[in-house]
Ligand binder design. Structure first.
Ligand code: GTP
Length: 351
C-alpha cells in the first residue's frame, strides 16, 4: 500500500512564512513538518510515499530527495499548474496500488492509520474519511454520518440550524484506488468538495472513522504556534533532538551561557546561542543558529534558522521567519508574523 501526501498548496494563510518555504516543510520544533507524517505512515508500515507537489517543489525535493536517507521511497508527482486536492491525487495515480492513503500535507495527528485501513477493508467501503470532532464545526465543512458509520452528506457552509454534528473532515482518507476513475484528468478540482460528493452521488459506500485523539492542521499562524506549544508541553509526544534539560531541550550544538535563564518548556536548536541575562521560554522555540543577546526575552514564539534578537528585545507570541533581525530593545508582540529576512531597527515596536 502506498500513500499520497498533498503538498502542493501555496499556504496563503501562513504568509509571509510560506512565501519562501512551502507549508509542508516548515519546521515543527526540530524538523520539517512532513517528517512527522512520514513517521505516522511508517507506524502503519507504509514506506512508499508520493509527494504531490506544485508550489516550490524544489524546496521539498531538496529536503527529502528520494527518501533513502530516512529509509523511505519517495516519488514526486509534479503539477505543471496546481490541480487542487483532487487533481493532485489523480495526477499521482500511476504510482499507486489497489488501496491508497491520502494525507493533507498540513495535518498533525496520532490517528492509528493501520486501524483505519483495517476497518476500511472490513467495511468494504469505496472510501473512508477520518473525521475529527471540533468545538466550532461551523467554521469548516461538516460531514454528517449515520449510526452505521456511513457518510450521509457534506455540508459546506452550514446555516446554524444545519449544525447537526461536530465532526469535520480531518484531511485523511483511505481510498480504493479504482474510485479515481471518477476524477477528470488534468483538471483542477477538490477531493472534499467534488470527488467525495460525487462518490456518494453514485451510491458508493463512503465510511467515516471518527478519531478522538490529537489532530490539528497547521494552516494558520495561531495553529502553527499552537502545534509548538503542544509538542513542547507533551500534548503531542514526539521525539525531539537534544538533551532534556529542566523541562526543555537543548541541542548538543547549542550554547547557553551561564546566567541565561531558560523557562520550561523550550527548545534551543543547533548552532544557537543564548547570552547571559537573556530569558528564553516558556514555549519558545529557537529552531537553529538563533542568536539571543543579553537581556532579551523570548516567550511563546517560534524563531526560524538564523534569527538574531538584539539586546533587551522582547518577543512574545510571534513567529519569525529565517534570518529575521530584531534590533536592541525591539518589542514584537502577540500575533506578529515576520517574513524571511525582515529587519527591525533598534527600539521598533510591533505592539
Ligand atoms: P491556504 O492557501 O492557506 O488555504 O493553504 P493551502 O494552499 O495549503 O490550502 P489547503 O490548506 O486547503 O490545502 C490542504 C492540503 O492540500 C495542503 O496540504 C496543501 O498543500 C494541499 N494542496 C492544496 N492545493 C493543492 C494543489 O493544487 N496541488 C497539490 N498537490 N496540493 C494541494
Amino acid at each position: 500500500m502506498k500513500a499520497v501526501i498533498l503538498a502542493g498548496g501555496e499556504g496563503t494563510r501562513l504568509r509571509p512564512l510560506t512565501l519562501t518555504l512551502p507549508k509542508p516543510v516548515v519546521p515543527v520544533v526540530d524538523r520539517p513538518f512532513l517528517r512527522h507524517q512520514l513517521d505516522l505512515l511508517g507506524q502503519a508500515g507504509v514506506t512508499e510515499v508520493v509527494f504531490s507537489v506544485a508550489y516550490r517543489p524544489e524546496r521539498v525535493q531538496a529536503i527529502f530527495g528520494d527518501g533513502s536517507a530516512l529509509g523511505k521511497k519517495i516519488r514526486y508527482a509534479m503539477e505543471p499548474t496546481p490541480l487542487g486536492t483532487g487533481g493532485a491525487v489523480k495526477n499521482a495515480e500511476r504510482y499507486l496500488d489497489d488501496v491508497t492513503i491520502v494525507l493533507n500535507g498540513d495535518v498533525l495527528t496520532d490517528v492509528d492509520l493501520a486501524e483505519v485501513v483495517r476497518r476500511h477493508r472490513e467495511s468494504g467501503a469505496a472510501a473512508t474519511l477520518v473525521l475529527v470532532p471540533v468545538p466550532n464545526p461551523a467554521a469548516y465543512g461538516l460531514v454528517e454520518t449515520d449510526g452505521d458509520g456511513r457518510v450521509r452528506r457534506f455540508i459546506e457552509k452550514p446555516q446554524p440550524d444545519q449544525v447537526t454534528t461536530d465532526t469535520i473532515n480531518a484531511g485523511i482518507y483511505v481510498l480504493q484506488t479504482s474510485t479515481l476513475e471518477l476524477m477528470p484528468v488534468g483538471v483542477n478540482h477538490s477531493i472534499e468538495r467534488a470527488f467525495f460528493p460525487a462518490l456518494l452521488g453514485r451510491g458508493d459506500h463512503v465510511a467515516a472513522h471518527v478519531h478522538r485523539g490529537y489532530w490539528i492542521d497547521i494552516g494558520t499562524p495561531e495553529k502553527y504556534l499552537q502545534v509548538h506549544r503542544d509538542v513542547l508541553n507533551g500534548r503531542f509526544p514526539v521525539r525531539v533532538e537534544g538533551r532534556r534539560v529542566d523541562g526543555g531541550w537543548i541541542h548538543e550544538g547549542a550554547v547557553v551561557e551561564p546566567g541565561a535563564e531558560l523557562r520550561a518548556p523550550f527548545y534551543v536548536g543547533p548552532g544557537s546561542r543564548v547570552s547571559a541575562q537573556a530569558e528564553v521560554g516558556p514555549d519558545a522555540v529557537l529552531a537553529s543558529r538563533v542568536r539571543v543577546d543579553a537581556g532579551a526575552r523570548i516567550r511563546d514564539s517560534v524563531l526560524w534558522e538564523g534569527c538574531h534578537v538584539g539586546e533587551s528585545a522582547v518577543i512574545d507570541g510571534a513567529l519569525l521567519g529565517a534570518g529575521v533581525r530584531a534590533g536592541r530593545h525591539v518589542v514584537i508582540g502577540p500575533g506578529a508574523v515576520l517574513g524571511e529576512g525582515a529587519s527591525l531597527s533598534d527600539y521598533s515596536r510591533t505592539a
